[in-house]
Design a protein around this ligand. Sequence first.
Ligand SMILES: Cc1cc2nc3c(=O)[nH]c(=O)nc-3n(C[C@H](O)[C@H](O)[C@H](O)COP(=O)(O)O)c2cc1C
Length: 346
Amino acid sequence: MVKIDNISLPDFPLLLAPMEDVSDPPFRAVCKDNGADLMYTEFISSEGLIRDAIKSRKKLDIFEYERPVGIQIFGGDEESLSLAAKIVEVTNPDLLDINFGCPVKKVALRGAGAGVLKDIDLMVRLTSAVVKSTSLPVTVKTRLGWDSNSLNIEEVAERLQDVGIKALAIHGRTRTQMYKGEADWTLIGKVKNNPRIKIPIFGNGDIDSPEKAVEYKNRYGVDGIMIGRAAIGYPWIFNEIKHFVKTGETLPSPTVEERVNVARKHLHKSVEWKGPIVGINEMRRHYANYLKGLPNIKEFRGRLVTLPTVEEIDAVLDEVVKAYSGFSIEKTPIELVNYHENCPVN
Ligand SMILES: Cc1cc2nc3c(=O)[nH]c(=O)nc-3n(C[C@H](O)[C@H](O)[C@H](O)COP(=O)(O)O)c2cc1C
């Protein structure tokens, strides 16, 4: 069992990574169904929360069935983060996570997210301010350092533990790497194996198969793994990893019916939470992922992404199940998309 303060998680827990515009309640619902042990919201701006911005407030929505669930905030100012922590506490999540990893220009160059990695003293002050403002367990998610000349994660881990964080998730890249290259887990392993470190250490970056999860578990000894992109359109990754950890066996690919059921639930939850117009619209980018590997799916997909009502989309999903009944989808490697390819670094 792994414990984050008073939260008990199973051995080698699998965490759903916080992902802006992705890990919203509808997506979290299907990840929870498929084995995610701990999930995080999209990141929420502390300034936005304080100003009562609608977009930030909406991201605070969490549901009982999601527990344990963490709310993630970001910011570069002690007072704002403290106030935001107090606002978050009212919504009663299981934990509060601080983002010190976001590399995008509008966050990192304004002294928040991964920008804070340039100044460990500031990071410690911000974290300490949050810990003191809330009775929730506070966790942090960050990267290895700002760039390859400042790989300071070992010092960061010790100092953040000393000011009271209860777990640390580390993405094995620097800020300047954005999402390029391969995540390097060597330093994550070093942090985990530092005898001074008592809190759970979760590794993150590029896990896209049960085999890789087990290989990294064994090689780096982390307490659990956080999964982001591999779960997009493929929430089965959580149960597939769990099964492989337990038995050494690979689960068969989800059937067409299972895929359609998950897409359908994702759609219905989207409409429930976002309303029909936004819900249907934002769901359109997900069908291709859920139905990947089905031959000649283009015509169905074309209708799924243009039809305006849930009833019509549901009817097409029924047609897909019928048309591909008994078809088994070949297992193919999950593709990790670089969503931030065109993000300017400086
Ligand atoms: C679309 C997208 C949005 C993201 N948004 C956030 C975020 O809000 N907070 C955060 O800490 N990390 C965010 N990340 C980073 C992920 O949590 C994770 O660290 C990263 O994708 C590496 O893990 P993976 O290789 O399993 O995807 C985002 C990543 C993606 C792809």
